[in-house]
Design a protein around this ligand. Structure first.
Ligand SMILES: [Zn+2]
Length: 69
């Protein structure tokens, strides 16, 4: 019966180490970019991909033009 407890202990240690490692990997990832929503269709786009018009943000030039005729 001892071998079963040993196996469980090894599995637990492996699982804890794996969780710690994945936690560290997630922490080192770059932060999620600031998301903006299109004022015309509501689609969410990253800040650096958004089209700015009259201090409003749009997903594309088309929607910027449609919202500002
Ligand atoms: Zn849009």
């Amino acid at each position: 019966m001892k071998i079963i407890f040993l196996l469980i202990a090894v599995l637990l240690i492996w699982w804890v180490l794996r969780t710690l490692r994945s936690g560290r990997a997630a922490a080192s990832k770059p932060q999620i970019k600031n998301m903006l929503s299109c004022k015309y269709c509501g689609l969410h786009i990253p800040e650096d991909e958004a089209v700015q018009h009259n201090s409003k943000s749009y997903c594309s030039k088309e929607h910027a033009q449609k919202d500002n005729p």
